[in-house]
Design a binder for this molecule. Structure first.
Ligand code: F6R
Length: 586
């Protein structure tokens, strides 16, 4: 993953500009960060562990520099492994993975490897190939040394990478290369040249970027750039995310959680006026692909598509996608960021014979540019790493797709739903207090549901893991007696949460499942509009909601419980450990 940026600017003070750009890129990882500025034939680096906020803004006044925010893959989180890396005349920052980095290490056994990162193999390989060229060519024109090095190093290195380089021999030029899925864009004006993993990092300097495609390399400086092979990349307007409002709560997670009814209601309005999903012919079969919360949104979507539109639908994790050759179908790829490498890789595997539709929150992202048809989820930028509104926004757009495909009109029910969501959000802090107390004191949580709430149980478990770092396992309540019931033990430090709306067509079976756990001494919590119907001690009272819309209300209770647990544990809410907002490695 990681985010990189490089700026060369006639006015100088690039350090501050790079720092600003890194703030936009922080969603790509925040294990450590660093900036290196070149001045008077030397590199000056400034690095630190943790997020950008602690990194000095004015470390140096030079005119050219590169910066990086890291999500560790190879090598532990340490200053030693923090980019930029320098070797002799070169400094580099890298996003991606070098799969054969240990081969490269073996190739240069006498070299003193200074870091544990795969990135150092790019540095060494590039350095050697530049030296090779320079040793045999006295006169170098048109950056022929770099063109040679790029050709050689991309042959030598396997994997997916985007890299920016500074070279002391070219004090006004930044070099770059992209191979594979790691995105890279450049921006140029008379005053500056810049490069970044995400156009948003350049949005304070420019309205347009040029996207670098897989296999391209080149350079950028003030007023000039070159991209090879091709050099025909078109300019793209940067779609800036709407100005982020001030947060209404201490954390972005809480802010985004609270805004969901309003955000979804606005999204519905936009869907109704600008929506083009009805442009689709009714597909015979739908494959839905996504990762994490987006995958779970897809799983809920499947229920609606099959129920309303009567279309067979299969949901798979993007990373596990297997083609069903010979099927005429639409492939729906769901991604908040539009940059998730697993989902992009799945897209790359599709055979071109199928229609693709991307449910994407970030317009201009790689996925939104690649698919045949984009459906924006219209929820605005989501800052918290743990998703709330982006996931419910995906659910809403899938719900609308299903209803449009079938001609069913659910507008009034949705308006009523948003009101119920608002009321519930106000009541959850009080209604969940006792349950959060219980959950905070156990080691294992089981979350059980039936029907269209099974994916919500999984999403709830994911939220608890990523925010509270507590073991939480989801399953279908129907599966209990096929094995997991053996885990229920009054002496174990565990609690079992059931999502149990009375509107469920499986309600009577749910009553039995709860009873089966309760009678074996399990510590049961029911989340239900009719908790009094269960013979249990702990519950969260919910409003009544029709079965099809229950996922929208029940996810709120799980999001809030996860948040409450994380607060109890004193965890970082918006930037959970080891994670990043956009997962750009496979
Ligand atoms: C969890 C979460 C992740 C993402 C997943 C896919 O709260 O946010 O599980 O849903 O990494 O990301 P996108 O939707 O950007 O493809």
């Amino acid at each position: 993953m990681c985010g990189l940026i490089g700026i060369v600017h006639k006015e100088g003070n690039v350090c501050e500009k790079i720092h600003k750009g890194l703030e936009y890129l922080q969603y790509r990882g925040y294990d450590s960060c660093g900036i290196s500025v070149m001045e008077d034939g030397e590199f000056y680096a400034n690095k630190q562990i943790g997020p950008i906020s602690g990194l000095k803004k004015n470390c140096h006044s030079g005119k050219i520099g590169i910066g990086h925010t890291r999500w560790a893959t190879h090598g532990c989180i340490s200053i030693k492994n923090t980019h930029p890396f320098m070797h002799k005349n070169l400094a580099i920052v890298h996003n991606g993975i070098i799969e054969n980095h240990s081969e490269i290490r073996d190739k240069y056994p006498d070299y003193h490897w200074k870091t544990g990162c795969d990135t150092e193999s790019i540095l060494k390989s590039t350095y050697e190939h530049l030296k090779e060229y320079r040793n045999i060519n006295d006169e170098i024109t048109d950056h022929a040394d770099w063109n040679y090095a790029f050709e050689k190093m991309s042959e030598e290195l396997d994997g997916s990478f985007a890299v920016a380089f500074m070279d002391l021999s070219y004090p006004d030029t930044l070099f770059f290369i992209r191979k594979g899925l790691s995105p890279l864009s450049i921006a140029v004006s008379d005053d500056f040249g810049a490069i970044a993993s995400d156009c948003l990092a350049l949005s304070d300097m420019s309205d347009h970027v040029i996207d670098i495609e897989n296999g391209q390399y080149g350079y950028v400086k003030a007023g000039k750039y070159e991209i090879k092979p091709g050099n025909i990349n078109e300019k793209r307007h940067i779609i800036k995310s709407p100005k982020m409002s001030e947060k209404s709560h201490d954390t972005w997670f809480a802010h985004e959680f609270h805004t969901q009814p309003m955000v979804l209601s606005n999204a519905l309005h936009k869907f109704n006026s600008a929506f083009t999903l009805s442009d689709f012919e009714k597909p015979k079969f739908i494959d839905i692909l996504g990762c994490g919360s987006s995958y779970y949104a897809g799983c809920v979507g499947k229920y609606w598509i099959e129920k309303y539109a009567n279309i067979m639908c299969r949901v798979q994790m993007s990373s596990e996608w297997k083609d069903l050759k010979g099927y005429d179908r639409t492939i729906a790829l769901i991604s908040q960021s539009g940059e998730t490498a697993d989902t992009l890789a799945a897209f790359g595997k599709q055979l071109g014979a199928h229609k693709t539709v991307g449910f994407v929150n970030t317009l201009g992202s790689s996925l939104s540019r690649a698919v045949d048809h984009v459906v924006p989820t219209f929820v605005g930028q989501e800052v918290s790493v743990a998703s709330t509104k982006a996931m419910t926004g995906q659910m809403l757009s899938l719900f609308l797709w299903a209803t449009k495909l079938s001609g069913v009109n659910k507008q009034d029910e949705l308006t009523e739903l948003f009101e119920k969501m608002s009321c519930l959000i106000n009541k959850l802090p009080e209604n969940t207090k006792e349950v959060i107390d219980i959950c905070a004191n156990v080691d294992d949580l089981f979350i059980l549901a039936k029907g269209n709430l099974v994916p919500i149980a999984y999403e709830g478990a994911l939220k608890i893991k990523e925010l509270a770092y507590v073991h939480a396992e989801a399953m279908s309540a129907s599966e209990l007696k096929h094995g997991p019931l053996a885990m229920i033990n009054p002496d174990s430090s565990q609690a079992i949460i059931f999502l149990a709306p009375s509107s469920s067509s499986l309600w009577s079976k749910m009553l039995s499942a709860v009873e089966e756990v309760h009678s074996r001494g399990g510590k049961v919590i029911v989340i239900s509009d009719k908790p009094e119907k269960f013979n249990v001690n702990y519950s969260v009272k919910m409003p009544y909601i029709e079965e099809d819309l229950a996922p929208f209300l029940y996810i709120l209770s799980m999001q809030w419980i996860a948040y409450g647990l994380a607060i109890r544990k004193g965890n970082a809410i918006d930037m959970p450990r080891n994670l990043a907002k956009s997962v750009t490695v496979e």
